[in-house]
Design a protein around this ligand. Structure first.
Ligand SMILES: NC(=O)c1ccc[n+]([C@@H]2O[C@H](COP(=O)([O-])OP(=O)(O)OC[C@H]3O[C@@H](n4cnc5c(N)ncnc54)[C@H](OP(=O)(O)O)[C@@H]3O)[C@@H](O)[C@H]2O)c1
Length: 374
């Protein structure tokens, strides 16, 4: 079976003839990546180990921000003769079911359910079911899978779940009121693109910041009222005249949705309204220990942030992934034509280096990048 993998430096000579490895750079680190063939898992439906499991054959997968950490970790600290199958989302088909499985049948199209909450079924951990989702065949507990609606193409399904489940969860937790003024940061990030698309169903005004001025028009076409290009080096976003003027005019943002708290929290609290809500699902500094490029924090100190949080009665909310209900709602909205998904490009065959280049290095990328097995 096929795996798209990050490979050790001496793996090229050890792989089968149909496998290949090529070298690219991510964050100036040499990354050997390729297609590696391995044995399929041996799935036995009546075996006690597999009775409550299903075997899935993937036809496409994608990577996310967190995978960059795993890629750079393998590239800098992995065994030279080893490889690491990468990927955190997939679309596939059920090809075998355990004897005790009732929810899925052979032929069902499935993707991951990243449900993250306080439950554990039969030893199944909550959250992303696999960080090796490019494995062509993989065994899952049915609780970690959800059916793909027929309206959704394979390529969309392979890049939809994580962003959709997370953004629907964040919007749910904000409990938005009609007319709310919302600031979305890092507008071009995949997460924020999902949020902007998901917010289209709400009676709210969306404002967004970006460090990519070239995308202002496209983001406004998606339904953002005003996109504000910002200087990433500002110590406080209230020092941006456009943003400061908007915040003054609307008496502060009622909600801020932020995929990178270490980039924005300490720079946005001064722009928020009394009783406003701030929600985040992640942070930027996830791989500097592998690149040697130190992360330079910009923004107010924790003390200054918390003083503002207290004086304005702000709510600071954390969000990890979402619940099954969030993903179900997003899938239904997609099927009903109410939710769009921003897909940048699809790669296949020997385009493995190109897939990673586009995912992590392309300054003109807008949306998710998918690799499809041919
Ligand atoms: N916990 C969860 O549930 C969950 C789920 C999904 C994602 N996440 C997290 O969400 C975050 C975003 O992930 P993603 O996949 O959406 O990321 P992404 O698509 O790789 O984000 C890229 C964008 O981040 C912004 N950016 C990058 N470097 C920057 C810098 N130095 N200064 C300012 N902005 C910068 C830019 O936005 P602009 O071009 O617009 O400035 C850039 O286009 C990550 O922290 C990830 O771990 C968490």
């Amino acid at each position: 079976m096929k795996n798209i993998a990050i490979c050790g430096s001496s793996l090229a000579g050890l792989t089968t003839p149909e496998s290949f490895v090529e070298t690219i750079k991510i964050e100036d680190v040499l990354v050997h990546c390729g297609l590696v063939h391995t044995q399929e898992p041996n799935f036995i439906p009546n075996d006690p180990i597999h009775r409550e499991q299903v075997l899935v054959k993937k036809y496409a997968f994608s990577c996310n921000y967190r995978d960059k950490n795993l890629i750079l970790k393998m590239a800098t600290a992995g065994l030279a003769s080893s490889f690491y199958a990468i990927g955190s989302e997939f679309a596939g088909t059920v090809v075998a079911v355990g004897a005790a499985v009732t929810d899925f049948r052979v032929g069902d199209r499935v993707m991951a359910d990243n449900h993250y909450a306080d439950f554990e079924i039969g030893g199944v951990a909550p959250g992303i079911p696999s960080n090796n989702s490019s494995r062509e065949y993989q065994i899952f507990h049915p609780a970690k899978l959800i059916k793909i609606p027929p309206e959704m193409p394979d390529e969309v399904a392979a890049a939809f779940g994580l962003g959709a489940q997370t953004s629907y969860s964040m919007i749910r937790k904000l409990d938005l009121t009609n007319g709310a003024r919302i600031l979305v940061t890092a507008a071009r990030s995949n997460t924020s693109l999902f949020i902007i698309q998901a917010l289209q169903q709400y009676d709210v005004e969306i404002y967004a910041t970006t460090t990519s001025p070239a995308f202002v028009t496209k983001l406004e076409q998606m339904g953002v009222k005003t996109v504000i290009p910002i200087d990433p080096n500002l110590q406080n976003l209230k020092d941006d005249p456009t943003l400061a003027a908007i915040a003054h005019q609307i008496e502060g943002f009622n909600a801020v949705i932020d995929p990178f708290f270490d980039l924005h929290l300490g720079r946005v609290v001064d722009l928020m309204a009394l009783n406003a809500r701030y929600i985040t699902c992640g942070f930027y500094d996830q791989y500097s220990n592998f690149t040697g490029k130190l992360f330079e924090y910009r923004g107010q100190s924790m003390g200054a942030i918390m003083a503002t949080v207290m004086l304005k009665n702000l709510h600071i909310i954390g969000n990890c992934l979402g619940q099954t209900g969030d993903l179900k709602n997003a899938l239904q909205d997609y099927a009903d034509g109410k939710l769009k998904m921003t897909l940048d490009s699809v790669f296949s065959g020997n385009q493995v280096g190109a897939f990673f280049e586009r995912t992590y290095n392309a300054s003109d990328r807008l949306g998710k990048v998918v690799y499809r097995y041919s």
